[in-house]
Unconditional design. Structure first.
Length: 175
């Protein structure tokens, strides 16, 4: 009797563990990683990380600086047949922690802004900005699809960016 009860409890526990791990597997979105300067594809949207640099100041920032501004220049192309509304990007720390973009900026030339609509076959260029310590990060980008079907990509931002005023991988958009 005891062994049958123990077998039943172990079977139920195994089913719970299996069901839980399957649910987690389905909800975790995998993002392919790309280097700065490479074409990072998320569904029909293609991103290229043009430059990345750390700055002490940027025009139009509303919140006080806590660390350094990481300013990333992106080129974004909508290769699909319909207009897309893109969500903000996120920086991912090596430990998996997500850092949102700064959204309280006014007057920073070529900042991609709060609302990001891109017409079919159009390309937009501009900056995204984060307040972070100097380090290595991944920039997570999206195709703007429904959360359940959203396709993601990551652009690797190296820790060893060029010294102040410098950048990595490509021309700057301007100031």
């Amino acid at each position: 009797m005891l062994s049958a009860r123990l077998l039943f409890i172990l079977s139920v526990a195994a089913l719970v563990v299996a069901a839980t791990s399957c649910g987690e597997h389905l909800s975790v979105k995998k993002a392919v990683s790309y280097r700065m300067g490479d074409r990072a594809t998320a569904g029909a949207v293609t991103y290229v990380g043009l430059t990345a640099d750390y700055r002490q100041d940027i025009p139009g920032a509303k919140d006080p600086l806590k660390n350094r501004y990481l300013v990333i220049a992106l080129s974004i192309t909508n290769g699909g047949g319909t207009e897309v509304m893109l969500p903000h990007t996120r920086l991912i720390k090596p430990d998996g922690t997500e850092i949102p973009e700064l959204t309280e900026i006014e007057g920073f030339p070529q900042w991609l802004g709060l609302l990001r609509k891109i017409s079919p076959a159009a390309t937009e260029q501009g900056y995204v900005v984060f307040d972070v310590p100097v380090g290595a990060y991944s920039l997570q980008v999206s195709d703007g699809g429904d959360p359940e079907k959203e396709q993601l990509a990551q652009i690797e931002i190296p820790a060893n960016l060029a010294p102040a005023g410098g950048s990595v991988a490509g021309p700057a958009l301007g100031n």
